[in-house]
Write a new protein. Sequence first.
Length: 271
Amino acid sequence: MTQWPARLVLVGAGKMGGAMAQGWLAAGFPASSLTILEPNPSPEIASLAVSRGIALNPHVTAAPEMLALAVKPQSLDQVAPQIVELAGPRTLLCSILAGKTIANLMARLPEARAVVRAMPNLPASIGRGVTSAFANSEVSAEQRRWSESLLGAVGAFFWLQDEGAIDAVTAISGSGPAYVFAFTEALAAAAERLGLPAELSMSLARGTVEGAADLMRRESATSPATLRRNVTSPGGTTAAALAVLQGAPGLNDLMAKATAAARARAAEMAG
């Protein structure tokens, strides 16, 4: 049986916060138990609040059972004084702020005790996200179940054993959709350089990436390496292209360098 907190206040309902709210409702979270604090709600969030009876921007002073932070990381210092009363000692504080550690959060919300730090990604907006989270020692078994239900409502969910792993997760799954989009752009640009029309180039690139991703999902028991080998005939066209991608510097090295830069930036954002 799914377990929910009796009251949940969501602070920040931009793309990610809004996606999570919609995922929670789709999973069965009662709209009457949800409060959204968002100074500039999108038309979609405003419409959602009206149609589902969600409290949008009421004056809230009592600490809820769960407080979810989904504002921009750079806004934390500005937002924290406005919500400090909502992070009580019995409140589960759940943050998706990249680079903001549990210590950062507790310094700004000093009454907070139980804290879950999570990192979802953009496909959460279509229920296909990947979220990883770390819970500090104050998080109870019941609060962990709340987290699993809510964070798992927008896609796959994984617990982490070390808070330090959040920065690596940010670099892989948090930023990862942008890498896929960038690859699609590059594939389309390459098609144009081979003489194909721009519209066809983008259609081929998007269709290829979408189809390959869906195939990988459907063939979940088959490793990506095996799928790659299955479409690579020795001495064929795919092998010729992969020889370039896996050369020096190869795709593996470039991806390692790129994700290391993302992880380093996440670490810099702490404080």
